[in-house]
Design a protein around this ligand. Structure first.
Ligand SMILES: Nc1ncnc2c1ncn2[C@@H]1O[C@H](COP(=O)(O)OP(=O)(O)O)[C@@H](O)[C@H]1O
Ligand SMILES: [Mg+2]
Length: 635
């Protein structure tokens, strides 16, 4: 106690002493010749500027604040006691002016009066640091402490942060997820009617918001297939399979027809004014988000098949039909194709995801682990697209924030990777979201692999530890000169620390985030080897549950007959003598293994309970084809 008081006294004293004088000014930069007192005295060492330290210069009518951007000794002495020149380069960042009436000290960015040569330079006092870093507390939240003085909170201006997008970048394990949780928690506590959507690819955030979050798990997600725009439904139904163009063409013709069939059917039953006004039936584009029935689509495909003369032309149609049938019976896809009846629940689904009304849960967490990996991209695309469209059609009256974890997966810099509609959707939020109150938070461990145009739209950046050179370069390109010196620390800053710069913070600053309570910590990805390897865990039950999960994830494409509750009755079965389509030309090893494994496990499971079932009954048509293609007729 006495010690700290003593220390405070001494540091107060030393704060009044100048630490050097200006020897050069050019534009917004200045050079200071530092008093080079080599000493072991703690108070002197404490008052030596570091890179990122805020200093002050007294001019005639204001106090100018400057950040140290570089430090050097141009000619180091060869011997002890020999004097040497110590230099600090400064970036002039703003002024502290006294408000005429209240006599309150206020910080303003930009400098009106420049310092002249010989002017003395001081460490900024506590009040000045507070004025600089903690002004406008009303709309700001505190997320940690600043490094220069740990008694001063690191404040973030919420409107600037969210209004102009932000990014959290840093190597795995540096505390990105913890910071996301921490910042969002602080924002949500202050703003209980917020609307935040968090894409959670590792299912790690559920515990971080306890009562504040609507956690949407893969098994209670609802995203009907008719929400999908054309490219997305093509990705789901056609994917990379061969003969793509034929199938795409068929879908582009038949989906609008199926939509109008459903629309016309509804308009006949409910004679609404809108629908009546459209004489001659309703017409839709492939992208209009209105419901349609898969059964209508399938019968349209059947009609087409009936009209064809050449057997070869049947293949794209058959493939499509098989794929649609497989999807409707695959449990993993039930969130998209599972509903037995088609209902227009768009409003409810949007309401749940975007928290309208909030009902005490201002954030929705969409857990993506557990969704079929081949369509995670489509799901993300739909969600990002809907976020923008929702903001747009709500006319900006409901500001939304979309948090995108592992963003490099969805918006890779390499245009040949990723899923184009997802990139487009996120880019749209980044570019135009501001107009409609839709903001973006990008979280990534590989800044250099992120789409650079989208990253450049993020006005506030929290750079956490990163060691990769290219990643550092990308961050450096985004930062103003005043903070570029600070970025030199990026490879060495601690876990839970960040260099924050941009509009969300008053000045570029090195901060330490508050500690997140253990119970709110996102589920860490770092395996606790030593903890787990020192005691016995794992028994038969664990083993069984692992096997169970494993199987259900890879074998649900194989559906037993009694599990089938088709919305569509599969019409007359296709003859097996048809030539094989060019699908799955490249079934890679892992796919093959999965296929064999799921086939075997399904066989085992079925034969133990229903020994009389024929093998072929266990397979969806698509799987039959894939197996036949891979292993020949005998397989
Ligand atoms: N603000 C914080 N409060 C408490 N612990 C933290 C904080 N930041 C980081 N950590 C520690 O660092 C670990 C990794 O953090 P995490 O957010 O999962 O990193 P990342 O998302 O970058 O991989 C956490 O498990 C936690 O122990
Ligand atoms: Mg993380």
């Amino acid at each position: 106690m006495i010690n700290t008081e003593l220390k405070d006294d001494r540091s107060l004293e030393s704060q009044c002493e100048s630490i050097g004088r200006i020897v050069s000014v050019s534009g917004s930069e200045a050079i200071v010749l530092l008093n080079n007192s080599i000493s072991d005295d703690v108070s002197i060492i404490q008052n030596r500027p570091e890179i990122g330290t805020l200093l002050k210069l007294k001019t005639s009518n204001a106090v100018v604040l400057a950040l140290v951007s570089a430090l050097n000794v141009p000619m180091p002495s060869q011997r002890d006691q020999e004097s040497e020149v110590w230099i600090a380069e400064l970036e002039l960042v703003g002024e502290i002016v006294e408000d005429g009436e209240s006599r309150r000290k206020e910080f303003r960015r930009g400098v009106t009066i420049y310092p002249s040569l010989g002017e003395k330079v001081y460490m900024a006092t506590r009040q000045e640091l507070e004025a600089a870093y903690c002004s406008n507390r009303e709309k700001a939240i505190s997320v940690g402490q600043i490094r220069q003085d740990t008694t001063i909170p690191a404040m973030i201006n919420v409107d600037e942060l969210l209004g102009k997008h932000f990014a959290i970048l840093g190597t795995t394990g540096t505390g990105k997820s913890c910071s996301v949780a921490l910042m969002l928690r602080s924002i949500l506590v202050e703003n209980p009617e917020a609307h935040v959507v968090l894409l959670d690819p590792h299912n790690e955030y559920a515990a971080s918001f306890n009562g504040l979050a609507e956690v949407i798990k893969p098994d209670d997600l609802q995203l009907p297939y008719w929400f999908l725009i054309f490219e997305e439904i093509v990705e789901v139904l056609v994917g990379d399979r061969g003969g793509k163009s034929d199938q795409v063409e068929i879908l582009s013709e038949l989906i609008p027809l199926a939509k109008s069939q459903y629309g016309n059917h509804r308009s006949r039953s409910a004679q609404t004014a809108l629908r009546r006004s459209l004489s001659g039936g309703l017409s839709y584009s492939v992208d209009t988000p209105v419901p349609y029935r898969l059964s209508d689509l399938l019968s349209l495909i059947d009609d087409r098949m009936g009209m064809l003369e050449h057997k070869n032309d049947l293949w794209p149609l058959k493939q499509l039909k098989q794929r649609i049938e497989a999807m409707t019976t695959d449990k993993r896809y039930s969130f998209m194709f599972g509903s037995l009846t088609v209902q227009d629940q768009m409003a409810e689904i949007l309401g749940r995801i975007f928290r309208v009304p909030v009902n005490g849960r201002p954030i929705s967490i969409l857990q993506l682990t557990g969704l079929p990996s081949e369509i995670v991209n489509v799901v993300v695309s739909v969600l990002c697209r809907m976020t923008f469209d929702f903001g747009l059609w709500a006319g900006g009256s409901i500001p939304l924030t979309l948090v995108c974890e592992e963003a490099h997966r969805y918006i890779p810099n390499d245009k040949s990777l990723g899923f184009e509609p997802t990139r487009r959707a996120i880019a749209k939020v980044a570019k135009e979201g501001r107009k409609y109150g839709v903001s973006l938070c990008i979280v990534s461990q590989r800044p250099s692999e992120l789409d650079s145009t989208i990253l450049s739209q993020c006005n506030t950046v929290f750079a956490m530890r990163m060691s990769n050179d290219r990643d550092q370069q990308i961050v450096a390109a985004a930062v103003a000169d005043s903070a570029s010196g600070m970025l030199e620390f990026l490879p060495s800053i601690g876990t839970g620390e960040a260099i924050a710069f941009g509009d969300g913070v008053p000045l570029p600053v090195r901060i330490r985030f508050n500690r997140l309570p253990q119970e709110h910590m996102p589920k860490s990805q770092t395996a606790l080897f030593t903890e787990r390897w020192r005691q016995q865990i794992g028994n038969d039950d664990l083993l069984k549950s692992v096997v169970e999960k494993w199987r259900s994830s890879s074998s649900s494409a194989i559906v037993r007959n009694d599990d089938l509750k088709p919305e569509i009755q599969p019409p007359h079965s296709n003859s097996d003598s048809e030539p094989l389509p060019a699908i799955q030309q490249s079934l890679d090893n892992s796919q093959e293994q999965n296929l064999v494994q799921s086939f075997q496990s399904s066989l085992a499971e079925n034969f133990s309970t229903q020994p009389k079932k024929r093998n072929s009954d266990l397979l969806t048509p698509e799987l039959k084809l894939r197996l036949k293609k891979r292993f020949g007729e005998s397989g």
